[in-house]
Structure formats: structure tokens, C-alpha cells
Design a binder for this molecule. Structure first.
Ligand SMILES: Cc1cc2nc3c(=O)[nH]c(=O)nc-3n(C[C@H](O)[C@H](O)[C@H](O)COP(=O)(O)OP(=O)(O)OC[C@H]3O[C@@H](n4cnc5c(N)ncnc54)[C@H](O)[C@@H]3O)c2cc1C
Length: 384
């Protein structure tokens, strides 16, 4: 940032809307790299519950390690050492990780820790502040309007998740509906995830992920236009009975079922301009197939902040070169994963795929299926 050195009175002011993994990663990284004044706004009060499986893929763990934060979560996480994958044949394929398992850190703890790390780095966080509009002048976006006030800024970063009300994105998208709940004292596996590709989910899946202290979260994802999505609660009850019934027998449900929409795509589209940047799920950085988004949220936040640190000037904003670099970095790193996820969904949802899938899940070639599942889930060195 060109104004950052020797000019404390003219520090650039950056507003980040949303303190999820994307917003906090951006704020933390920018505060570490520059002396910009960073204001992190969220409509919720932290710690806050987030509707999410809370699975941290091996890729997410790598991003955390690069941010030097992995150790912060080491003392308290659930561990997914293996995966029980259930296909249309209802037979299980057990996939064991090759030494790089996934973690589960409940989002209520994960997001709280991340935004506190950002605050310790000098970021100002304001909770219970809902942004309702953007302020604009001849240069473009110049701040935000909240329920109570108008706040000016040199740059506004949108990390407000899905669906972002501030995005004018037009690229094709697939809307995903979700519903999930939390249970305690289950008979579900404590160190393995279950993922069930039930036919009614049209290529998507139901899951159970082991959290901490014996809590397990169970949910489903389904394309919003799927027939079965119209009766989501009834479908979820059916899926619970059929795929998780034995495991949940006598278990205690914690709270109510909750849902939140997700938006997946295989293309990187509108990421902003000189005065605004979209990161995380506000930029639709969620993988089709797995609906994994935490790693992409953090990765985009870090990338954007590093580029802003080098390519932002108060007078002219985030340079065209910086914007191009941001887009190219996301395309290189994420699009191949998104395409693999989409291909997997197509296979699982085609008639041929379902027949072949049934054979693969039950038959002698299930190692192939294991590898496909593992590839889509982002595990690089796994062995079946
Ligand atoms: C049911 C479900 C299960 C999932 N499971 C997984 C999983 O296991 N692993 C995984 O990697 N991904 C999972 N995902 C995806 C993951 O939850 C998201 O991709 C991720 O949370 C995106 O992070 P983010 O920071 O971009 O947005 P979010 O985490 O959504 O954070 C956005 C923040 O912005 C705030 N906000 C929104 N609007 C405003 C406003 N107007 N003003 C102020 N603040 C605002 C919100 O309060 C929120 O705190 C799942 C998603 C769903 C729906």
C-alpha cells in the first residue's frame, strides 16, 4: 500500500463486511502486512452458530498452516481419519486417509478464534452491525451504510457469504439447499465421516461428521431444483431414518435442524473492481460436489489481502494488475478442483453413473471409487 509508510495520518481505511473465514483471513493478513486501518463488520455477535458441517479438508489445514494458525486449533478438534462412502447400492466403501486426515472444528469456535486473531493483530471488529447498502462517489464504492450510520472507506471487501446481496454476479450458478442438525451420545463413528450419495440428492450427499466431546453433525445437500428439495424436512427425516437411523438410536438432538443456501459454480467471475473486492462465498468460491468452502474462503482472503498490500493506492484503488493477479490466482488454484467436483456430481447423478456407481461401491473395483471420493474431497496422498 503506497500510503502505508511514514504517513500514519493518511492510513488507508479498509472495511471488511463479514467475519467468517474469508473476512477474518483477509483482515488478519492485511493487518499483518500493512498499517492499514482495518474495520471488520458482522451482523452477528460472536461466538455465533454457523450452519456448516465444520469439516476442515486437508487443503484447509494447509491454508491454516501457512497462516501460522494450525496450532491454535490443534488442542480442540474432531478428527476424520477415514470415510465411509455409501453409494446407490447402499453398500459401503471404507476409505482410509493416507496420513493427512481432515479435522472438524465447530464453526462457533473456529470463526470466533479466527476473528479474535485478527483483532489481536490490530483489526477493529464491530459486531451486531448489519451493512444494508454501499456508498458510492465518482471513484466507485467509497464506504458502507449500516442500519445506524454511514462509514467511509478507501476499499470495501465483501465477505458476507451466500447469497451476497452486494454482488451483481451474472455467471451461471447452481443453488444448493441444505439442512442439518447436531446430536450427542450417538452410535455413529467417532473418527470417521459417513457420506451417503442417496439417489434423491441428485449427485449430492448426506453426511455425518464427528465434532468434539461426542457431538456429531448430520446433514444433507441437494440442488435446489431437485424434486425432493421441495419437501426438505420430510426428505431429511427419511434420510436420517434410512442412513443414520441405527447410529442415532437413543441419541440426544441438540437444538433444532437448521438450513442455509449455498451457491456453487465452476467459473471465477466478478471479483470486484478498484474499490471493492469479493472473497469467499460472496464470490461463490464453493466446490460443486462437496460444498466445501472454508478452505477457499480463507485462501481467497489471504490472496486478496497480499495483493492489496502490494497493489493498492489510496488515490487510484486496487490496481488493474492486482485485480488480474487475484483472478488468475483463483482460477489456477480453484477451478480444477471445482471442475473435478462437478464431474463427480454428474457421474453420481447419471443413470449410467448410478448403475456403475452401484457396481463400484459394491464390487471388486471399489478402489477406483475410493480414489474418486478421495480426489474430490481434496486428499492428495490417500490410499484405499
Ligand atoms: C450446511 C452446510 C454445510 C457445509 N459444510 C462445509 C464443510 O463441512 N466444510 C467446508 O469447507 N465448507 C462447508 N460449507 C461451506 C462453508 O460453510 C462456506 O463456504 C463458508 O462458510 C464460506 O465462508 P465465508 O467467510 O465466505 O462466508 P460465511 O462463513 O457465510 O460468513 C459470512 C459472514 O458475513 C456476515 N454477514 C452477512 N451479511 C452481512 C451484512 N449485510 N452485514 C454484516 N455482516 C454480514 C454473516 O453474519 C457471516 O458471519 C457448508 C455450507 C453449508 C450451507
Amino acid at each position: 500500500m503506497s500510503n502505508s509508510v511514514n504517513a500514519p495520518k493518511t492510513r488507508p481505511k479498509v472495511i471488511v463486511v463479514g467475519a467468517g473465514p474469508a473476512g477474518s483471513s483477509f483482515a488478519l493478513t492485511l493487518a499483518r502486512r500493512t498499517d492499514a486501518e482495518v474495520l471488520l463488520l458482522d451482523k452477528s455477535s460472536y461466538p455465533r452458530v454457523k450452519v456448516c458441517g465444520s469439516g476442515l479438508s486437508p487443503h484447509a489445514l494447509e491454508v491454516l498452516k501457512d497462516m501460522e494458525l494450525l496450532e491454535r486449533f490443534a488442542p480442540r478438534h474432531g478428527e476424520i481419519k477415514g470415510l465411509i462412502a455409501r453409494g446407490p447400492s447402499r453398500k459401503d466403501v471404507v476409505v482410509r486417509g493416507g496420513g493427512k486426515g481432515a479435522w472438524v472444528v465447530p464453526r462457533v469456535e473456529f470463526d470466533h478464534t479466527l476473528c479474535r486473531e485478527a483483532m489481536m493483530q490490530g483489526v477493529e471488529m464491530r459486531e451486531n452491525v448489519k451493512v444494508i447498502d454501499v456508498l458510492e462517489n465518482e471513484k466507485g464504492v467509497c464506504g458502507v451504510k449500516t442500519v445506524d450510520e454511514e462509514i467511509e472507506a478507501d476499499l470495501v471487501v465483501f465477505a458476507n457469504g451466500s447469497p451476497s446481496r452486494f454482488s451483481d454476479e451474472t455467471r451461471p450458478r447452481t443453488g444448493i439447499r441444505t439442512i442439518m442438525g447436531w446430536w450427542q451420545d450417538t452410535h455413529l463413528p467417532r473418527e470417521e465421516a459417513i457420506m451417503a450419495w442417496d439417489e434423491r440428492l441428485e449427485g449430492y450427499y448426506a453426511w455425518s461428521f464427528p465434532e468434539l466431546d461426542g457431538t456429531v453433525n448430520v446433514g444433507l445437500t441437494i440442488p435446489e431444483e431437485a424434486d425432493a428439495a421441495k419437501q426438505l424436512k420430510a426428505l431429511f427425516q427419511d434420510i436420517l431414518d434410512q442412513h443414520f437411523g441405527l447410529g442415532l438410536k437413543d441419541a440426544e438432538q441438540i437444538g433444532k435442524w437448521m438450513g442455509h443456501p449455498a451457491t456453487v459454480t465452476t467459473r471465477i467471475g466478478n471479483l470486484g473492481d478498484h474499490r471493492r473486492i469479493f472473497i469467499g462465498e460472496a464470490a461463490r468460491l464453493v466446490s460443486p460436489g462437496t460444498v466445501e468452502g472454508i478452505s477457499f474462503a480463507m485462501e481467497s482472503g489471504v490472496l486478496a489481502a497480499e495483493l492489496v498490500a502490494r497493489h493498492f493506492d489510496r488515490a487510484t484503488g486496487f490496481s488493474t494488475l492486482g485485480q488480474r493477479k487475484y483472478k488468475r490466482a483463483l482460477q489456477t488454484s480453484m477451478v480444477p478442483k471445482f471442475l473435478a467436483g462437478e464431474a463427480f456430481v454428474r457421474v453420481m447423478n447419471s443413470r449410467l453413473g448410478r448403475r456403475v456407481g452401484a457396481a463400484l461401491f459394491g464390487g471388486p473395483v471399489n478402489q477406483f471409487m475410493s480414489r474418486a471420493v478421495v480426489t474430490v474431497l481434496g486428499e492428495k496422498n490417500a490410499r484405499a
